[in-house]
Each structure stands twice: as C-alpha cells, then as structure tokens.
Design a protein around this ligand. Structure first.
Ligand code: ADP
Ligand code: MG
Length: 521
C-alpha cells in the first residue's frame, strides 16, 4: 500500500485526522512501540493507525495472551506495551493479563474500545500521557484506557490536535539518608547477611550497583526466579544452590526489589530466623513492612538506593576486621608480628597470619601491657643482625601504646625501621567519639562523669613518632590505611607510626566469617 493510500486509510479529508490516528500518534509520541491484541469493532482502525505511525502490531489469538505479551514487553523495555482489545469479552479476557501485570509490577496499557458516546467526552484523548505515566511511575503496573467507538472514527482538524510531549522517564527517588546509614551499619554488623535480588532490581537496571555492593562487601546473594541474571548465576557469591539454608540462617536480609510473599515464604519462621533483620528496599511505600516488621525500610529506586548504600559505606568508620584485613593483605610473610592490647590483640590474632616460628610476640602468659615496644625493638635488633631487611610490625591498641609510647624515642635513636600501628578506638576496650565526649563533659568534670574506659578521643599518637623524626600517619579510611601501609613498608630505613582511627564502640568479637574481615561494611 502506498503512503497516500495508507494516509487515506485512517485520514479522510485533507487536513483532517482520524481519532484512531490521533490515538496511535499519541502512543508513539509517548515512546510506546509495541501493540498486541485482537482487532474487531471498534478498535481495528487503531491497530492500522498504529502500524502507520511505526508501532509494531502483533495480532494474537486470545486477549489474555496478548495482554501477557504486552506486559512482558513493558518489563523488558521499561516502556509500556499496549494490549488492544474489543469491548465486552475482549476486555474480560484481558483481565487476567492486567492482574498478572499488576502482581508482577510490570507496566502495561490496555486499550479497550467501548460503545459510542456523545462527543462531549472527547477530552479523554488527553488521558493518554497520564496512562503512560501511571503505568511506569512509582510501582509499575497495568492501566486501562477506554476508547469510545465514535472517537476512533471521528475526523478532526489536524490543527486542533495537540499531542502531549513524551512523558519524562520515571523520576528516581532516593531513600532517607539516616535510614541509609542505619542500614549500612546493620549490614556491617551482620554475622550472616544475605542479599535477595528480585525482579524489581532487574526492572530498575540495578545490576551494576548491586554487583558492586555484593563484591565490595563480600555479601552472599540469592536471586528470586526472575531476579536471576541480575548478577550471573555462577558468581562465587551466589548461594542459590543452598537456598533454604541461606534463608534459614541469615541474621540480616537485604531485600532488593522483592516481596516477602509466598515465593519467599512470607519472610516468616520456620524458613527464617525469628529475629532476622530485614532491610527492605522497595519503590512502593505500601509494600514496606508487609508480613514482617523490617529493621530498616528504604523507600526508593533500588538502583539509586544501592548507590546510596555504597556511598554511605565509605563514610562509616573502620572496625577491627577492616583494619586487620588490609594489614594482612600487605604484611610480608616473613615479618615479625608484635601485638598487644585487648581487642586489638585478640581479634588481630585471628586475622593476622604467621608463617614462621618465633615470629609472634604478644602480651604473653602474664597478659602484660607495656611489653610491645620493647619486644619490637628486640625483634628489630635481632633481625638487623640475622636477616637485614626483615620487617617488624608492632600492632598496638591505643591504651597499650600508652604503656611504653616513649620508647618511640629509642626506636628513632637507633633508627629501627619498625612499623608501629596504633589501632585507636579512644579507649580501653572501647571509648567515646569526639561529640559524645564533649556532650558528656556538660554533665560534670571528667573525673566524675567519664567512663573509666575512655581515653581522650582523637588523640594524635602519630605525633609521638614525628616528634622524634620518624614518619607519622593519621588514617580514617581503608584507602588511607592501604596507602600509609604501602609507604611504611616500602621505607626500609625509617620507623613509622600509623594511627588508625576505628569505630569507638566497635568491639565485636571475632567470628568465623571471612567476609567480615574483607571490607568496610
Ligand atoms: P520477585 O518475584 O522477584 O520476588 P516481586 O514482584 O515480589 O519480585 O517484587 C518486586 C518488587 O520490586 C515490588 O514490590 C515492586 O514495588 C518493586 N520495584 C519495582 N520497581 C522498582 C524500582 N525501580 N526500585 C525499587 N523497587 C522496585
Ligand atoms: Mg517476590
């Protein structure tokens, strides 16, 4: 059929345009590109007009299948597919597809023809952009547009038709920042976390951000049936093969665009721990808190919220595991490890590896604080004679360092290239952060109100080293720690002290979960 014939098909007189064509053009303007359906009176013209404006039309054999197809196109492309049906039975058949699209949270527009109406109601043309918006904004879903038959065949002046501009892509909403921080901290303190990836995450194109989160934080993940493939199934962190166990033993579950419905056993015991903490990320406020009471709810787009979590993770203070993980990564295998402190020594022992006998010195049988720098000096002197170049790493708690800190002068006097690490939590076992310390002093003199465990927060122990000419570093992030360790270990002539600030209350004991040690989350 020639262009002019085509035009004649839906456009009658010169300068006039049919209702069908207006509908088709309005859809095309909204970037709707696929139409499924079964034609009949009065919608046949709409299908023809759709083809004319460049929308693909796929004629199906039952409206239900057409509606399923249109909704799947919506999920796959992010723009709603159209299901075109006739009034009465056609519409009834499409109900299954609409319900399914709604349950799946997939965008869909169903257009049904209906019997003629008086021309006064023609403003309904303007409803199209709203239909597109409501199908893709917020939680995606089905919407239905009723087109009276006389609309389809009506001829109007081209000049009188105004197409509403293509609606903007769905606005991206982010979660409340305080909730994001709480979530980051809950994840970090989890013993057995689990990320569940649902089809909401797939629809949100959140694959990059979720993979980064899973890999950076070494989190195990489980996809739902249609969450499969957001991260490849053969990824080492995928625990799909142990699905039941993963669900049953998780103490923290991060739900990314998945609902706690029957597919996930409603999030309830016995399939889950009774006290499992859910962190629920969903774009639909009504979904939050459904079936369980989540520890944290994050209302927003799963991709945006995952990025927020990644950014928030960076601002969290380090904990022991993070510190020791990065230290262990860089320790020379043949080095001496001297260690003293409480948590610093206990947790450090589980993470820092020794490969040689007589190369670890710590508080020993008597549990003595104050031995560290003396031991380190001895090791450095022996190493100098026996094995020049062999390094001595002295890992001190901030309290432990205080017992013999002045021996730094000795270290500098003899120019012993010891790497001193002070793992600083502002106290013995635990301390206060700067703000809490200040707040506390409002209630009285430090001698009466300060918990005996507290030391002065934010003490710059590295200055003890620089005072005598060695290198001093003050570090607060994993990146700063890695860099200062690299520099200290590369310097084979000068001693250095790295003052490592960690979470003041981060006194968690060692756990048998290697991933805990590997990141800042
Ligand atoms: P699954 O079957 O994979 O578990 P569900 O259909 O149960 O997935 O859950 C999908 C969830 O994803 C829905 O609650 C929906 O509101 C949500 N969702 C859809 N799009 C987004 C998005 N962009 N960001 C966050 N959540 C989304
Ligand atoms: Mg689900």
């Amino acid at each position: 059929m020639s262009e002019s014939n085509l035009a004649a098909r839906s456009d009658g007189l010169e300068g006039q345009v049919s209702g069908a064509r207006v509908i088709a053009q309005a859809l095309k303007t909204q970037d709707v590109n696929y139409m499924f359906g079964i034609v009949g009176i009065p919608v046949t013209e709409i299908a023809l007009a759709a083809q004319e404006v460049g929308i693909r039309y796929i004629g199906m054999r039952n409206e239900q299948a057409a509606c399923y197809a249109a909704s799947a196109v919506g999920y796959l492309t992010g723009r709603p597919g159209v299901c075109l049906v006739v009034s009465g039975p056609g519409l009834v058949h499409s109900l299954g597809g609409m319900a399914n699209a709604n349950m799946n949270c997939w965008p869909l527009i169903v257009i049904g023809g209906s019997s003629e109406r008086s021309q006064e109601t023609m403003g309904a043309f303007q409803e199209f952009p709203q239909a597109v918006r409501s199908s893709i904004y917020g939680r995606p879903g089905a919407c239905y547009v009723d087109i009276p038959a006389d609309f389809v065949s009506l001829q109007v002046n081209v000049s009188s038709v105004k197409y509403v501009e293509c609606c903007m892509p769905p606005p991206i909403s982010m979660a409340e920042t305080s909730a994001v921080r709480v979530a980051a901290s809950v994840i970090r303190n989890a013993k057995q976390p689990l990320v569940i990836i649902g089809k909401g995450a797939a629809y949100a194109h959140a694959e990059e951000s979720i993979r980064t989160l899973v890999e950076q934080c070494k989190l195990p993940f489980l996809p739902t049936p249609m969450g499969k493939g957001v991260i490849r199934d053969n990824h080492p962190n995928c625990v799909a093969a142990a699905r039941s166990r993963a669900l049953q033993f998780a103490d923290v579950i991060v739900l990314l665009g998945a609902r706690l419905n029957w597919i996930l056993h409603f999030g309830l015991p016995p399939r889950y721990q009774p006290d499992v903490k859910f962190i629920q990320v969903d774009i639909c406020a009504e979904e939050l808190g459904n079936n369980v009471r989540p520890a944290v709810t994050l209302l927003g787009d799963v991709n945006a919220v995952t990025k927020q979590e990644l950014a928030s993770k960076k601002s969290l203070p380090m904990n022991y595991y993070t510190v020791f993980y990065h230290v262990q990564e860089q320790l020379p295998r043949d080095c001496f490890v001297v260690s003293e402190g409480a948590n610093t020594m206990d947790i450090g022992r589980t993470v820092l590896q020794n490969y040689l006998p007589r190369h670890r010195l710590d508080a020993g049988t008597f549990g003595t604080m104050g031995v560290g720098l003396g031991f380190a000096i001895a090791a450095a002197i022996v190493a100098k004679d026996r094995n020049p170049g062999q390094r001595v790493i002295c890992v001190e708690g901030d309290s432990a360092f205080g017992f013999s800190g002045m021996e730094v002068e000795t270290i500098c006097r003899y120019n012993l290239p010891i790497v001193l690490l002070v793992v600083n939590n502002n106290g013995i076992y635990q301390g206060f952060d700067k703000d809490s310390w200040k707040e506390m002093l409002k209630f009285g003199d430090a001698t009466t109100v300060a918990p005996p465990m507290c030391l002065l927060p934010h003490s710059h122990y590295e200055h003890v080293m620089t005072a005598f000419g060695g290198k001093g570093y003050f570090v607060q992030t994993p990146e700063e720690l890695q860099k200062s360790l690299r520099q200290s270990l590369a310097d084979t002539t000068n001693p250095s002290l790295i003052n490592i600030m960690i979470e003041p209350q981060g006194t968690r004991k060692a756990q048998d979960f290697h991933w805990l040690t590997r990141s800042n989350l």
